[in-house]
Design a protein around this ligand. Structure first.
Ligand code: GDP
Length: 478
């Protein structure tokens, strides 16, 4: 906001004529309703020994405010973005490598594969984008920051090992995010491979093959031998088509940070996934709480490019600071606007340190229910044995409180882990531990993410507490 001579006089509690005289001394002929520039204000104030603190213009920093709705006719098909999940040692990394080797034509294009957080593979001339970090932790930690980038999850299950705890976690994380799952039954080359057992075990989680009357796609593969990779890609393309993944390449780019770090020579380097629009070199961009202009752009083959369309991963330089994975970015056609919004976001970020966003807690649950904000109460249960987890889940589902539904989004055996807390944070859930405790990392994460952990040793106490919280009868904790 600019200040008039009159306005300045009022702020300084001085006579307008006095200010006008001082301005004349400075060679500025001004009337009382004239706007003063910052320098003039500064000079006058220093004359009165008053220091000027410029008010930061609080731009609306919500990207949604600046993104326009698309006309249906402007939307075109875009490649699917895929995350590979599954239990440790079931072959996620091997599969990512195998796809990269067989389906990325690095040699032909004259490039060398570059690890920028994601890569694009090609099958029958159609592209698929794979996120390079396997596992549900990265997936869900991004989601807890408001970013949803995965369109399809590949659930890798080793045929010689079957469904394991992290398989179940992965299923629940994908389901919570409403992402379709394709099952890759891996290690089919092994003599002990038993794909039927895998299919049987997965029916318990509503992943039922088409032959058995379900709708889940199962693809037998051997990641290590590169067998079944073509079929897997075909299935991904099929699901992508059903999902009708579209974007509008003819507008300012929007997307998410997959990875970022400080490079000694190049400054802040960020790997971005363009989700909509086209990102170009020279664009003015706000990335999370950082901003700048896209100085250089490199693709997953290490080639310099100057344009990146939807679903393309790129690495860029030119930001004023290092953003965080999961941050969203938006391009602004007006460079000044980008700077203002970037600066405001930076300020806001300093004020409200990350993670302080209020999450659901049993103590204020009733308030939220009363205000009609809470229709689904998401709960994660960890217990010492599966039987207790199930018993507790069954009892909780039976609690009846007007208009509120309890959703058990995950149950598991063992200590409460960081992954549980991140899932809770992303899904705005409460974690109940029955005869188990959070490990150190989970405790830390719960504090920073403000996730409510409730520990119990007696089932009916856990149920009683939940019921009381929903009815607003909980004794306040001190
Ligand atoms: P991740 O922990 O899920 O990423 O699993 P890795 O990709 O690191 O694989 C774990 C182990 O399984 C490694 O020793 C791999 O060589 C092996 N492995 C992965 N895929 C296959 C496969 O298709 N067949 C066989 N026999 N071994 C595999």
């Amino acid at each position: 906001e600019t200040l008039t001579v009159n306005g300045l006089a009022e702020k300084l509690h001085k006579d307008v004529s006095e200010i006008i005289k001082k301005l004349m001394f400075l060679g500025i002929m001004a009337t009382k309703n004239q706007d003063l520039d910052d320098d003039a204000v500064e000079l006058i104030c220093s004359d009165y020994n008053v220091t000027v603190e410029k008010e930061i213009i609080l731009e609306d920093t919500d990207f949604d405010k600046y993104r326009k709705e698309d006309d249906e006719q402007d939307l075109i098909e875009r490649p699917a973005v895929v995350t590979i999940m599954g239990h440790v040692d079931h072959g996620k990394t091997t599969l990512l490598d195998s796809i990269r080797h067989t389906k990325v034509t690095a040699g032909e294009a004259g490039g060398i594969t570059q690890h920028i957080g994601a890569y694009q593979a090609e099958n029958d001339g159609k592209k698929v984008t794979f996120l390079d970090t396997p596992g549900h932790e990265a997936f869900t930690s991004m989601r807890s920051r408001g970013a949803q980038i995965t369109d399809i999850a590949i659930l890798v299950v080793a045929a010689d090992d079957g469904v394991m705890p992290q398989t179940v976690e992965a299923i629940n994380h994908a389901k919570a995010a409403e992402v379709p799952i394709i099952v890759a039954v891996n290690k089919m080359d092994k003599e002990t491979a038993n794909p039927d057992r895998v299919m049987q075990e997965l029916t318990e989680y509503q992943l039922i093959p088409e032959d058995w009357g379900g709708s889940t796609i199962f693809v037998p593969i051997s990641a290590i031998k590169g067998e079944g990779i073509d079929e897997l890609l075909e299935m991904i393309l099929l699901v992508a088509e059903m999902e009708e993944l579209k974007a509008n390449p003819n507008k300012a780019a929007f997307g998410t940070v997959i990875d970022a770090q400080l490079d000694r020579g190049r400054g802040a380097v960020a790997s971005l996934l363009v989700q909509d629009g086209t990102l170009s070199v020279g664009d003015s961009i706000v990335v999370g709480n950082t901003f700048g202009r896209v100085r250089a752009m490199v693709n997953d083959l290490g080639q310099r490019i100057d344009k990146a369309e939807p679903s393309t991963p790129v690495e860029i330089t030119g930001l004023n600071a290092v953003p965080q994975a999961g941050d969203q970015f938006l391009v602004f056609t007006d460079e000044r606007k980008a700077r203002q919004i970037g600066e405001t976001r930076q300020q806001q970020h300093i004020v409200e340190s990350r993670g302080s966003q209020a999450k659901i807690s049993l103590d204020d649950l009733f308030e939220q229910i009363k205000q009609g904000e809470m229709k689904d109460l998401n709960v994660i249960i960890k217990a010492d044995v599966q039987g207790s987890a199930e018993a507790l889940a069954a009892s909780l589902r039976k609690i009846e409180v007007e208009n509120v539904q309890i959703n058990i989004i995950h149950t598991g055996v063992g200590a409460i882990t960081e992954s549980d807390v991140i899932l809770a944070s992303a899904s705005n859930a409460v974690v109940i531990g029955f005869n188990v405790r959070p490990d150190v990392n989970a405790q830390k994460a719960a504090e920073s993410e403000k996730v409510d952990l409730r520990l119990h040793r007696v089932i009916y106490k856990a149920i009683e507490e939940m019921e009381a919280a929903m009815k607003g009868l909980l004794d306040p904790e001190y």
